[in-house]
Design a protein around this ligand. Structure first.
Ligand SMILES: [Zn+2]
Ligand SMILES: [Zn+2]
Length: 467
């Protein structure tokens, strides 16, 4: 990583990206900067990849010896937010991918590995999700693992990255004078109001992990005209893509029902669907081990979750600092824990169970092994068991076609989060860049372990197939 540090710092901050934020789909300077950077370092660069003006695919085949070469992909993003600049830190993600790809190649060359490295420059993460286009174009067909990370307020392996789709709904009615001849009109606002209420009623019968938010974008032109046209916009999100598709079908019925009831016609226009992130356990564990070696700590929630998956390293770390055996007489403590275990066991396994798990009960669960208390396996695998993030990313779609990870790494944001002016300012600091380089190194080493050990790669694939 070190030989590339100064060039990467310039790429991140001063040359093009942080100082010149560009909106989704219009990242011309950033995309060109990354493409030129990779081309200058021997990568073969395809610009306008996947039919997108600001996407790129940079490939280095120099270590590939035959068809058995392991292909490791890293992903960069570079879009900014309107009015806020790089408030999601995508300038850091740009150099994270570039740095990881270069470090991977250096290490693969030094070790004589049979490997290939690809950097994807993926535009418009904040809007239409360029990775979705790249997936649809088969850009990941020959990729073995896809690795990226996102800057944030903490180190977290399996943040909540929900499946999400947005759509607009237009109702078409018939105008009429609202006082003289209202019976001649077909009221498109009535349709929108009915639809809004139907969706709100439906909300109670959906999973607590679902999120539904909508607005009436256009509600009519004047009170004395029966509205002939209305437009609504909705976002819906679910923990899993399967849940999202089921929810979407139910919500569409609300719009169709409102049109039927009012005599309007309805047109629904969907945007691309973002899948939830399918975290690969083996890749997460490797990334975690390298980050820990670099001094990173992970959130207690993530530690608890990792322990529930049997990570011996994390469990040992917890055991070393666990105070539970010293707090209460062993016997009484065991009974208490067993009671809690029973109570947790009787809860139905659903996202609600996970949401209902308090920090306290998770702590008890994580202390149980130290007390040799047999515990049930609550639904800690559910992404909603912890809530480091509750949004979506187009990396989700990538992780449904190839094994991948999308951890969050701490850049030192305290008291503020993504999409704020403070986060944008921090994303231009050298301290944030330095932490990004640590994550880049951990990602590169995760790729190297996959390229070095056929057993590891087989385990990654088993996790993916079993997911
Ligand atoms: Zn964002
Ligand atoms: Zn982001």
């Amino acid at each position: 990583m070190e030989p590339h540090r100064e060039a990467l710092l310039a790429l991140s901050r001063d040359v093009r990206i942080h100082a010149h934020p560009e909106l989704s789909g219009a990242e011309h300077h950033a995309c060109a900067a990354v493409a030129d950077f990779m081309a200058a370092r021997g990568f073969t660069v395809e610009r306008r990849a996947g039919g997108l003006e600001t996407a790129l695919i940079a490939v280095d085949d120099s270590c590939a010896k035959d068809d058995g070469a392991v292909t490791v992909a890293f992903l960069s993003e570079y879009d900014a937010l309107p009015g806020l600049g790089h408030a999601c830190g995508h300038n850091l993600i740009a150099v994270l991918g570039v740095g990881a790809a270069l470090a991977f190649r250096d290490a693969a060359k030094a070790q004589g590995l049979n490997a290939r490295v690809i950097l994807f420059g993926s535009p418009a993460e904040e809007t239409f999700g360029g990775k979705i286009n790249l997936v649809d174009h088969g850009a990941f067909d020959k990729v073995d693992v896809a690795l990226m990370a996102h800057p944030g307020t903490q180190n977290a392996l399996r943040g909540v990255w929900l499946a999400m789709v947005s759509f607009s709904i237009e109702f078409f009615g018939k105008p009429s004078h609202a006082s003289a001849l209202p019976w001649e009109g077909v009221n498109a606002l009535d349709a929108a109001v009915l639809a809004y209420q139907s969706v709100s009623v439906l909300r109670q019968q959906t999973l607590p992990s679902n999120r539904i938010h909508g607005i009436i974008k256009h509600g009519g032109d004047a009170p004395n005209i029966i509205p002939e046209y209305t437009k609504m916009e909705y976002y819906i999100r679910s923990e899993r893509i399967e849940d999202l598709l089921e929810l979407k079908a139910k919500i569409f019925k609300c719009f169709e029902g409102a049109a039927l009831a009012t005599g309007c016609t309805v047109k629904i226009t969907e945007d691309p669907t973002f899948a939830n992130v399918n975290h690969n356990d083996t890749l997460c564990a490797i990334y975690e081990s390298h980050m820990r070696r670099l001094g990173a700590d992970f959130t207690p929630d993530d530690v608890a979750r990792t322990e529930s998956r049997g990570s011996t390293g994390a469990q040992a770390a917890h055991g070393a600092r666990c105070a539970a055996p010293r707090i209460l007489p062993h016997k009484r403590n065991s009974r208490l824990l067993a009671g809690i275990a029973d109570a947790l066991h009787t809860l139905p396994a659903s996202p609600l169970t996970s949401g209902a798990l308090t920090r306290w009960s998770r702590l008890v669960l994580s202390c149980a092994p130290c007390l040799s208390v047999p515990m049930p396996s609550p639904d800690l695998d559910s992404p909603l068991a912890t809530r480091p993030v509750a949004t979506h990313t187009d990396m989700g779609n990538v992780t449904h076609v190839v094994p991948g990870i999308h951890p969050v790494f701490d850049i030192g944001a305290r008291g503020f989060s993504y999409h704020t002016a403070e986060f944008a300012a921090l994303a231009g600091q050298t301290s944030a860049f330095d932490r990004t380089m640590l994550a880049a190194y951990a990602l590169a080493m995760t790729g190297i372990e996959c390229a070095t050990s056929p057993e590891t790669l087989a385990k990654v694939r088993r996790d993916f197939q079993g997911a």
